[in-house]
Ligand binder design. Structure first.
Ligand code: GDP
Length: 340
């Protein structure tokens, strides 16, 4: 998410006061009755400084997207990463500062006009003091926004118009190998607050249909009972996004998990996700899946538990076309209707 550059209170004030001084210098060198000048100089100085500071505050508020307008996926992301309430509170504080500075601008320009010229400079300095104390009061909020900016810098770019396929399966079953095989370009790697390993997104275009494949290492690769609240939230966010789940078995069990274990994970994922689940068995090249062998019967038992799963070898590029064909039939889930 794009939060604009956030100044420190000092940077905010420096810029305002510098511009105020410049504007005042222009008045000083302009043609004007001498006796009007002192008041005019100080008034311009106050008004310009306040305007510049207000513009900056307003720009930050305007350019920061309204969280409620963002897709749920990003709302969850922001909430976990920086906290939506804290973000709103900080933006609210900037808004508050804007209001107070507007008030000071009005009050002090009026005073400068009404008071004798020899008071003008003193009033301006008083106005500056009060503006500075407003800026100090939002110091924590500016800090927070700067932190939020850095935290949200590498947010994943999700294409909400694309059909989304979320990959699941235990570690080392071949998820990232497959993702690379399925997509032409290198998958985009972005931060994902729910796991330390980030999120990988690959894009495919098929018959003018945009498909994005999402792998979340460290999330959909272990039993759901082991998940904490944050990870459960991440699941909900993915559930909200997924048009289909691509569940990967490692038929060779070289990932270190038995087919039984892997099947249990699939069962859990079936319970959580309402999207259709595409099941495939990977590493068929080293699985010992040869007719007549004990290994064949053993693997076949798990294959038969699923409805026509695909048998592939991601590292050998075997079966990739079959997967892409299945993707063609995935329908984008319409989540804009009322009962959703
Ligand atoms: P991930 O943790 O699920 O993303 O798994 P990786 O894609 O990192 O793969 C784990 C290991 O399995 C790597 O060493 C891959 O080269 C290997 N691998 C992946 N797919 C296959 C396959 O189809 N056949 C064989 N023999 N090895 C594979």
């Amino acid at each position: 998410m794009m939060i604009p550059t956030i100044p420190t209170p000092d940077e905010l004030l420096d810029k305002g006061f510098r511009r105020g001084k410049k504007a005042a210098d222009e008045v000083r060198s302009s043609k004007m009755p001498r006796r009007l000048k002192p008041k005019r100089i100080e008034e311009v100085r106050v008004v310009t400084a306040c305007q510049v500071i207000k513009d900056r505050l307003k720009m930050i508020n305007d350019r920061t997207p309204t969280v409620e307008d963002l897709p749920i996926f990003y709302q969850d992301y922001i909430d976990i990463t920086v906290g939506i309430d804290d973000l709103k509170k900080s933006l609210g504080a900037l808004n508050w500062a804007y209001g107070i500075i507007s008030q000071l601008e009005r009050d002090y320009s009026k005073k400068i006009r009404r008071y004798p010229p020899e008071k003008a400079s003193q009033l301006r300095s008083q106005a500056y003091g009060r503006v500075a104390s407003v800026a100090k009061k939002i110091s924590k909020d500016l800090d927070f926004l700067d932190f939020a900016k850095s935290q949200l810098r590498n947010m994943p770019t999700i294409d909400f118009d694309a059909t989304s396929i979320v990959i699941a399966g235990f570690p080392n079953v071949g998820k990232s190998t497959l993702l690379r095989q399925l997509t032409d370009a290198e998958p985009e790697v972005a931060d994902y607050p729910f796991t330390t390993k980030g999120i990988q997104i690959g894009h495919i275009e098929r018959n003018w249909k945009q498909i994005q494949i999402i792998d979340t290492p460290g999330l959909l690769d272990r039993p759901i009972v082991d998940m904490n609240d944050i990870e459960m939230n991440a699941m909900v966010a993915l559930e909200d996004l997924a048009d289909a789940i691509l569940f990967i078995f490692d038929a060779s069990e070289t990932c270190g998990y038995t087919l039984e274990h892997q099947n249990n994970l699939l069962t859990e994922i079936q319970k959580v996700f309402s999207a259709p689940i595409i099941v495939l068995f990977n590493k068929i090249d080293i699985a010992g899946y040869e007719t007549g062998s004990d290994r064949f019967d053993y693997i076949d038992k798990f294959i038969k538990m699923n409805d026509n799963p695909l048998l592939i070898s991601a590292s050998e590029g075997e079966g990739i076309d079959k997967i892409l064909k299945v993707f063609d039939s995935v329908k984008k889930i319409d989540r804009n209707n009322d009962d959703y």
